[in-house]
Design a binder for this molecule. Structure first.
Ligand SMILES: [Zn+2]
Ligand SMILES: [Zn+2]
Ligand SMILES: [Zn+2]
Length: 447
């Protein structure tokens, strides 16, 4: 079989290299920036003079290799496409960084606004194998002198000093005792818990300063950017940058009484106070007790660079780092046969089972089983935090458009007087084996 695949790939490469439009194809591939699974678009773009209705220019993919234009997939998931995930990561870094020190349309004065780096964790759903370090030494996992034996005969103790790559890390001491339902329900409800946290934070911060929420808005905006990260045990936690601005967002300074101290107090209070219910099951969830709040300063322990890099790193990580699948679970999938660890399998099974519950339909647990119940966005920010990923993408697309104009693919027209009519159709995705090898060579600069 490997031989067959090999000769098939070689035949594909030779076929591609012999095409008269090979250079054009190679050019398309170059422009996708090394995308592993480019999207194929079939269609046309027409430019009309708005006054006369005359067709000025038509671009159609019929002239392109295989009649399609290949564009980057733009995924943020590194397991699917490292090149596009890297673009996403770099954009996220720029976005978070602009919110901390300015740039990309955000004034530099934003760096003087009080700013915190906050980590909100999930509560415990049962004891799991962990690696803890103290002053450079690895501590025993769960050393208990008089450890209980659980109803399944498992002694709830583990004295091992786990190595960093021990596959048991994050897995329960007793899977039969572990609250799998709680774990996936927490993931499912966590976006709502976050939303309530932001509301409670505003309320508390207003109160600390003797104001109503409405009155606070006239003086202070609380801006944030956050990312979700999967812990080894398969629950999400959130890292957030929380910043105080004046009433007009990053362009206006907060009043002197709006201090980092007061913000920190409000974060502590809000994190401990908020809950979210899953009413049909009569369950209530709140954040774990491990709350980490740190000041971000230009020259302190936690610099803006470190925070931006940290947030960007997690923006491209999804649940696959826990050992689940990076695709949707299909109804006909045999869970027992999936190539995943037992812990992930049990989490997915809990999603599939709870997904059948009519009262939980809006959590869409079956749909998000491969994400272990989490259906939120990996990185989000409030309206005023900084620039947007969309703006960064638009800037890059503008650059690509300029390149298309200079390479003769698009005519240079005045945008105000020209009507652009575009018809695009999805025509597939990915590269054949032979094409993928050629694409890798192009990216590597061999041609
Ligand atoms: Zn891609
Ligand atoms: Zn252990
Ligand atoms: Zn047990």
């Amino acid at each position: 079989m490997p031989h067959l695949a090999h000769s098939h790939a070689v035949a594909g490469m030779i076929h591609r290299l012999n095409q008269p439009d090979y250079d054009r194809w190679a050019n398309q591939i170059k422009r996708t920036g090394g995308c592993r699974q480019p999207i194929h678009l079939r269609g046309k773009v027409e430019h009309y003079d708005q006054a006369t209705g005359h067709l000025l220019h038509r671009y159609s993919t019929t002239q392109e290799p295989n009649g399609v234009l290949r564009v980057p997939c733009k995924t943020r998931r590194v397991t699917r496409c490292p090149a596009c995930a890297e673009v996403y990561r770099a954009d996220t870094y720029q976005l978070v960084r602009a919110g901390l020190i300015g740039g990309k349309g955000v004034p530099e004065t934003v760096s003087s606004h009080p700013c915190l780096f906050v980590t909100l964790t999930a509560p415990s759903f049962g004891a799991v194998h962990v690696r803890r370090e103290k002053t450079g030494r690895v501590l025993p996992c769960h050393a208990r002198r008089d450890a209980q034996t659980c109803p399944h005969g498992q002694v709830m103790s583990c004295t091992e000093r786990h190595s960093a790559d021990d596959p048991r890390l994050g897995e329960p001491l007793c899977p039969d005792c572990y609250d799998y339902d709680g774990s996936v329900l927490f993931n499912a409800i966590s976006p709502e818990l976050w939303r309530r946290f932001t509301l409670a934070l505003r309320r508390r911060f207003a109160r600390l300063n003797g104001l109503t929420v409405k009155a606070l808005r006239e003086h202070v905006t609380i801006a944030f950017a956050k990312v979700a990260e999967y812990q080894r045990r398969g629950v999400v936690h959130f890292h957030a940058v929380i910043r105080l601005d004046g009433p007009d967002g990053p362009n206006s300074p907060p009043p002197a009484w709006a201090t980092a101290d007061a913000l920190e107090q409000a974060v502590q209070h809000a994190a401990a106070a908020v809950t979210a219910e899953v009413k049909p099951l009569n369950r209530t969830f709140q954040w774990g007790t491990q709350l980490d709040v740190r000041r971000i300063t230009m020259n302190g322990d936690l610099t803006e660079q470190a925070v931006a890099a940290y947030i960007a790193k997690y923006a491209t990580k999804a649940a696959e780092c826990v050992g689940t699948l990076d695709r949707r679970i299909q109804p006909l999938d045999n869970l027992d046969a999936l190539p995943i660890r037992d812990h992930a399998r049990r989490l997915i099974a809990a999603c599939m089972r709870l997904g059948e519950h009519p009262g939980l339909a809006d959590l869409r647990l079956t749909h998000w089983a491969h994400m272990l119940g989490f259906r939120g966005h990996f990185s989000t920010k409030s309206r005023h935090y900084s620039t947007t990923l969309g703006a960064l993408r638009a800037a890059r697309e503008e650059h690509m458009r300029t390149e298309q104009v200079t390479t003769g693919r698009l005519p240079l027209f005045d945008e105000d007087t020209v009507l652009v009519v575009a018809h695009w159709q999805y025509a597939g995705q990915g590269l054949s084996l032979g094409d993928a090898i050629l694409a890798a060579a192009i990216e590597g600069g061999y041609r």
